[in-house]
Design a protein around this ligand. Structure first.
Ligand code: PLP
Length: 422
């Protein structure tokens, strides 16, 4: 029972470095978050030892009486949180949840219609190198070239033209809310099933700050690790009993073997926390922080330097910075922000004139900083730091010092002396 630092000092040292990075920089990758201590404990637990193929009460292994308690808690909490009648909490990740969803609601070769990857869609919604693009006939709708918004009339035209079996609503990089009721109307009109992937905005939905797709979609999938701030993993919801059966059999044995019971325990805890008032407050600060960032990045000095934000603002937890008219490209912006201690990812904007490894955009998200405790004052300061970093001739060392001051104001994982040792 020797500790990690003794058994494997090389891995322990890398974990220590990563803990330091997380503590001393500002994490603004829109899909990331910090899990609470309780979630970290549940995930780092003895449940990692247990095989539990099957579902609670119907396992293919003995000794599942206690992991059944855990999985039932996760299922019931997911159902309550999202007001859904059925939940499958076994998917190892968002991508594996999505593979199970498509396997449950479509046959190989069926037509699927989702948001174009280059316009903010996800790999699992039909990208040609992904299972979704290889096994299904993938079609896409894009955003409007002027407004950068999803235009529901265009979605309808495309749906009528393609006659898909599945319509997908959901995104990885889109700063506005989708009209789920209208998506459902279109799906009904063309005889398709509607699948909503709420991986990014699920935390906002749980807090009641974003419309829920669950009443409209035939199936809703999600990750747990983005706005919800739980363990890396996925889950699937539906209100349809027949679809629920198909989803269960397509997760196990369709896509997966033994569920990761330690991760399911962490999911149960994350869902419990997501029902509390502190969580709703955190999601409200998340959205407010993104709005402050959008406001600052469209101020006159930023606009004069060719900086803008797509759609002129945001309703969610992220901002898409538009650098098409800036001398600084997405790659340079990502590097400059890295230099001052702010972690973001470059992101192609729709109709991007620059190549995919360079891009003309940056995706910036506020969930992790809201979890850290940031409110209006801190988001205003970080927005200023970002804007100034992207302006020509920025004083990078001075900006780095301001980042350090913010990071120190909100210590992360206090009491954790080495990763895994509370
Ligand atoms: N769906 C959407 C919309 C996503 O943005 C992501 C992650 O980026 C996923 C699914 C996949 O999640 P994972 O990385 O857990 O496979």
């Amino acid at each position: 029972l020797a500790p990690l630092s003794v058994v494997d000092p090389e891995v322990a040292a890398a974990l220590e470095l990563e803990l330091g990075r997380q503590r001393n920089t500002l994490e603004m990758i829109a899909s990331e978050n910090f899990v609470p201590r309780a979630v970290l404990e549940a995930q780092g637990s003895v449940l990692t030892n247990k095989y539990a193929e099957g579902y609670p009460g119907r396992r293919y292994y003995g000794g599942c009486e206690f992991v059944d308690i855990v999985e039932n808690l996760a299922i019931e909490r997911a159902k309550t949180l999202f007001r859904a009648e059925f939940a499958n909490v076994q998917p190892h990740s968002g991508a594996s949840a999505n593979a199970a969803v498509l396997a449950a609601i479509a046959k190989h070769g069926d037509r699927i219609l989702g948001l174009e990857l280059a316009h903010g869609g996800h790999l699992t919604h039909g990208m040609k190198l992904n299972f979704s693009g290889k096994l299904y006939e993938a079609h896409a709708y894009g955003v409007d070239p002027e407004t950068f918004l999803v235009d529901m009339d265009v979605v309808r035209e495309k749906a009528i033209e393609v006659q898909p079996q599945v319509i997908i609503a959901g995104w990885s990089a889109y700063p506005r809310q989708l009209d789920f009721a209208r998506f459902r109307e279109i799906a009904d009109e063309v005889g398709a099933l509607l699948w909503v992937d709420m991986a990014h905005f699920a935390g906002l939905v749980a807090a009641g700050l974003h419309p829920s797709p669950v009443p409209h979609a035939h199936v809703t999938s999600s990750t747990v690790h983005k706005t919800i701030g739980g363990p890396r993993s996925g889950f699937i919801l539906t209100n349809d009993a027949d679809l629920a059966k198909k989803i269960n059999s397509n997760v196990f044995p369709g896509q997966q073997g033994g569920p990761l019971m330690h991760v399911i325990a962490a999911k149960a805890t994350a869902f419990k926390l997501a029902a509390e008032p502190e969580f709703a407050d955190r999601q409200a600060r998340t959205i407010r922080g993104a709005a402050i960032l959008a406001e600052r990045l469209t101020a006159p000095d930023a606009t004069a330097a060719g900086i803008d934000v797509l759609t002129g603002g945001t309703d969610v937890h992220l901002v898409l910075v538009d650098l098409r008219n800036s001398a600084t490209d997405g790659k340079q912006a990502e590097d400059l922000l890295h230099e001052v201690g702010i972690t973001v990812n470059r992101n192609a904007v729709p109709f991007d004139p620059r190549p995919p490894m360079v891009t003309s955009g940056v995706r910036i998200g506020t969930p992790a900083l809201a979890t850290r405790g940031f409110g209006d004052a801190e988001f205003t300061e970080v927005a200023d730091i970002i804007a100034q970093t992207l302006l020509p001739d920025a004083d990078l060392p001075a900006l780095r010092a301001r980042v350090t001051a913010l990071a120190q104001k909100f210590p992360l994982y206090g009491g954790l002396t080495s990763p895994g040792s509370w």
